[in-house]
Write a protein that binds this ligand. Structure first.
Ligand SMILES: Cc1ncc(COP(=O)(O)O)c(C=O)c1O
Length: 399
């Protein structure tokens, strides 16, 4: 029997979307004998024991059904306490909304669905996180690309010329995937000020908020800026960030539980109510046992995990600093080195040479209009990272 032809049934939306380039690279892994995988944003550290236990106990205690769409009240309250303690948000539950979501991806999709009409625009950084352009395309909107080369800072000065009356939001990602660059407190405040002046929404994707390692080697948990990235959510005189900012945070990267699909979004009541309504019709609720696990997570210290990543960041800088242009990696667990111009190679060509040496890295063209840099993830065991860095440095030296 001939297979049915589906082309006439498919939407322009799906046909315009290409598969994630990161997945393509990781699929190559299956073809390599002894792969050195620096391609994925999957933390190498296991989920902390107390977090695993809390999820297991929830399953055993039959907490396996739907939860209310907003998330279990215990987690809601714990998130509010965190926002109060770290950013000065009010304890009054009427002041702002919180929605626990099935991964930060769900938060981004709900935010786009709640705000974008066909013909609207939103501003995203170039290089972008792979989900950002399809977010706009899914809603028939357009993503205006903010060119952040060569320092990868999405500053207010770079965003301002892109704003129009149809700009619904500016999506800021700091610490950034793919560049690993973290904006300063002043830079994120400036962006928030610009959005307010121009009556557009600032969305702050802070999935890597805890992966903050200011410049300098051998950081300790007591060092300024360790493990907490500057956020526009932090209260300052005369401003109420909870009533003008959409804050998105995740649990997956922080606690190594990306497969649990957990995140949350907090911000203006009206917007949160609309996103919660939409959530009732698609994601419904975040996984129940994972909500209990993440409740325990918020009481678990991750200083050890962050120290491990800070040390790996130092390994990356030490290995590549002298062989290429390397925007200082200060957050997330990515570096975005430039392929040395004297090699005369695009990033895709360079990455193919790396694959020949079994090293998996992602060419910049997957995240950008340019194909001059590549993303290296240091969410990999030390030994893997060490081997990968040695091979990349050799390639850069032309060896
Ligand atoms: C910047 C950024 N935002 C959102 C996500 C999606 O994360 P989640 O797994 O929580 O949906 C990722 C995942 O890599 C990311 O890097």
């Amino acid at each position: 029997m001939r297979a049915m032809d589906f082309d006439h049934l498919l939407s322009a939306r799906t046909l315009a979307t290409t598969p994630s380039g990161i997945r393509r690279v990781s699929e190559l892994k299956a073809t390599l004998k002894d792969p050195i995988d620096l391609s994925l944003g999957q933390p190498s550290e296991p989920v902390p024991e107390a977090v695993k236990q809390a999820a297991i106990e929830a399953i055993r205690a039959d907490k396996n059904g739907y939860t209310i769409t907003r998330g279990i009240p215990e987690l809601q309250r714990r998130i509010r306490r965190d926002l109060h303690e770290h950013h000065g948000w009010p304890l009054d539950e009427d002041a702002y909304g919180v929605l626990v979501v099935a991964g930060t991806s769900a938060a981004l999709v709900l935010a786009a669905l709640a705000t974008l009409n066909a013909g609207d625009t939103c501003v995203i950084q170039d290089p972008w996180f792979v989900l950002y352009p399809p977010l706009a395309a899914m809603c028939g909107a357009e993503a205006a690309l903010c060119d952040t080369y060569p320092d990868f800072r999405m500053t207010a000065a770079r965003v301002a010329p892109l704003l129009t009356p149809r700009t619904k939001f500016v999506l800021c990602c700091s610490p950034s995937n793919p560049s690993g660059v973290t904006l300063s407190q002043q830079e994120v405040y400036d962006l928030a000020d610009l959005c307010r002046e121009r009556r557009t929404l600032m969305i702050s994707d802070e999935i890597y908020d805890r992966f903050a390692f200011p410049e300098g080697a051998a950081l300790k948990p007591s060092d300024a800026g360790f493990g907490r990235a500057p956020s526009p959510a932090t209260v300052r005189p005369g401003r109420e960030p909870w009533s003008e900012l959409l804050l998105i945070r995740g649990f997956g990267k922080t606690y190594g539980c990306t497969g649990w699909r957990m995140g949350f979004v907090a911000g203006p009541n009206r917007l949160l109510a609309e996103m919660t309504k939409l959530n009732q019709y698609n994601f419904v609720c975040a996984p129940s046992m994972a909500q209990w696990g993440c409740l325990a997570a918020l009481d678990t210290s991750i200083d050890g995990i962050i120290s491990t990543y800070a040390r790996r960041r130092d390994m990356v800088v030490a290995a590549l600093r002298d062989v290429c242009e390397l925007p200082p990696p200060t957050g997330a667990f990515y570096a975005f080195p430039r392929v040395p111009e004297r090699l005369g190679l695009t990033a895709s060509e360079f990455c193919r040479k790396a694959y020949e040496r079994s090293v998996l890295i992602v060419p910049g063209g997957v995240f950008s209009r340019r194909d001059t840099h590549f993303r290296l993830s240091y969410a990999a065991p030390d030994a893997t990272l060490e081997r990968g860095l040695a091979a990349i440095a050799d390639l850069m030296r032309g060896a």
